[in-house]
Design a protein around this ligand. Sequence first.
Ligand SMILES: *Cc1c(COP(=O)(O)O)cnc(C)c1O
Length: 366
Amino acid sequence: MITDTMKKHNYSAGPCILPQEVFEKSAEAILDYNNSGLSLLEISHRSKEFIAIMEEARALALDLLGLTGKGYQALFLSGGASLEFLMVPYNMMKVNGKAAYLDTGTWAHNAIVEAKAFGETMVVASSKNDNYTHIPKEFVIPADADYFHCTSNNTIFGTQMKSFPKTDVPMVCDMSSDIFSRVIDFTQFDLIYAGAQKNMGPAGTTLVIVKEEILGKTGRAIPSILDYQKHIKAESMYNTPPVFPIYASLLTLQWLKNQGGIAAIEKTNSAKAALLYSEIDRNPYFRGAANVEDRSFMNATFLLENEDHTPIFDTLWKEAGISGITGHRSVGGYRASMYNALPLESVQVLVDVMQDFERKVSGMNF
Ligand SMILES: *Cc1c(COP(=O)(O)O)cnc(C)c1O
């Protein structure tokens, strides 16, 4: 067992921290699922035990998002968020139709690349020329687009959409890195997808929430495994689902529900982000990488004012038991990912390290 003193303050961007009780309960389920004498990994996905897990996970996802009874279906698929980049146009772009995309980062860009294989893919705005340090806000969504696609949180660049456009065009959102982290009116979206490994569970499953009425309108022949309608009909078991990531996701959703749901976790997430960003802004040896108004509450990107100090800072945070804050290569510097399961105390440890670093470095200048 990992003792408290060994456990790191885990800022990894994904796969990433999950609640400790999820690790413990999923470990138990691998050894002996619910005192059945069988591991979760060796029972049929058609067994009543696993069907109950799948049904609860699908229902709880909708419940937490406030989408129960509103015409939505929740699916737990495989292939990561990256497979949704092509499943979305396959299922939503009409033959000879077109789609509109907002380009706010690497993942948004990757989604655009896939859509282009299906038809006219308009980029309504992009912040690429500014290395994605902000979210474009002035753009027009063509009324004849089959759908509009955006990315709610840009995991790599540390920006987050604080509001979403009002449009009659069906809205699709990649929420991989901030789903279940903040209160949003989720009914404004027709399709939401999220790879589990940022805020919901282990890598290996993707949550797709889709409003059923938007499907079946493209005129395309869709391969079965890529057809949302087939997955809905099969109750998310068209083929063998990734049983372990789905079970661990269910445990995380149950944990979230017990915390008081999204509204409660949002309060903690806001407190964590406020604590870290106020230190980034106060401390003269650091600066934020993203535009202040677009800063992500999940992934805070920041840089040292003087890169020569890198070894000093790196030694300090490692000594404090911090893990996973090295920035993505396309931004450099540091990225502190503060997903739902990261406690406020871990952020305080990082802030203490930044202040310690300030004292050390300012002392060196005398
Ligand atoms: C990580 C991430 C992805 C890619 O997810 P995979 O499951 O690895 O395909 C897509 N979009 C966003 C916003 C992400 O953070």
